[in-house]
Each structure stands twice: as C-alpha cells, then as structure tokens.
Design a protein around this ligand. Structure first.
Ligand code: THU
Length: 140
C-alpha cells in the first residue's frame, strides 16, 4: 500500500507533528515526532526519548515502530517524521534498518516547518539492507 489516501496521509502527518510535542530531548534540543501507518490503517506514534547516558537514547521512528510491534502491528505501509526545523530530516541509518524489518518497502515522509515535505521510498533510502536468515520455527 504505497499510495496513501489523502485523508490517511493527512492523519499520518498530523500524528507525527503532534507526537513531537512529547519528545524528550533535553540533551540535543532536537525534538522529533514520528508516526507509522500500518497496512491495516492504524496509526501509531513515537518521539525521541533521550537519556543522560546518551547512547541509551532512542529515535522517534524506532519508538513508534516498537510501539506498533508491541501492539501486534507488524506490517508498516508508511512512516512520517516531523522536526520543527527549516529543512526536513530523514531517518537515521539505524531506523532505516529497523523499518526494513517490518516493511519490504514503504513510503517515508519527512515534514518540517520550512521546505515542502520530502518523500522517499525505503528501498531508495536503504537499497541493500542486512537480512539475517531467520531460524526455523519449531515444527515448521
Ligand atoms: N533522532 C531521531 O529521533 N530520529 C532520527 O532519525 C535522527 C535523530 C533523534 C535522536 C536524538 O534524540 C536527536 O534526534 C539528535 O540526534
């Protein structure tokens, strides 16, 4: 599902913008909001959550993705990311790889307060992902 309905797209973008209000970014002062749209049409949000031990911080995209997966929602159709900046922000490499786990391809929309949104497909952002062989399920 790579062609979003206009109302779905609007809802996804609004959700990413709203999620940014919850960002916990006292160290970088770079708040980020993210929202994922599942193939079933559900929207799940996330924000970046930093920590005094900086390496423990988590990006907004991964917060949203892990929240979706922990609700049993594993098929991602689109992701929107919002930063209150003049230019759009694309997901970092780690988040691209995590997104790839739950979407062979998906639309990534980057929104900001200045330029027009950037739209890229995950296949373009991460053309050659790491793919480990999954161990066989017992009895499969
Ligand atoms: N950050 C995200 O939330 N998403 C990205 O794709 C890149 C970076 C966060 C991590 C950290 O809290 C802050 O932005 C500055 O790097």
């Amino acid at each position: 599902m790579n062609h979003l309905q206009p109302n779905q797209r609007q809802a996804l973008e609004d959700a990413a913008r709203q999620a940014c209000a919850h960002a916990y970014a006292p160290y970088s002062r770079f708040p980020v909001g993210a929202a994922v749209l599942t193939e079933g049409g559900r929207i799940v949000t996330g924000c970046n959550v930093e920590n005094a031990s900086l390496g423990l911080s988590c990006c907004a995209e991964r917060t949203a993705l892990f929240s979706a997966v922990s609700q049993g929602l594993r098929r991602i159709a689109a992701l929107a990311i919002y930063t209150p900046t003049a230019t759009p922000t694309l997901p970092c490499g780690a988040c691209r790889q995590v997104l790839r786990e739950f979407a062979a391809d998906c639309l990534v929309i980057s929104l900001c307060d200045g330029e027009q949104p950037l739209e890229k497909f995950l296949e373009f952002l991460l053309p050659e992902p790491f793919c480990a062989q999954k161990p066989q399920e017992p009895g499969a």
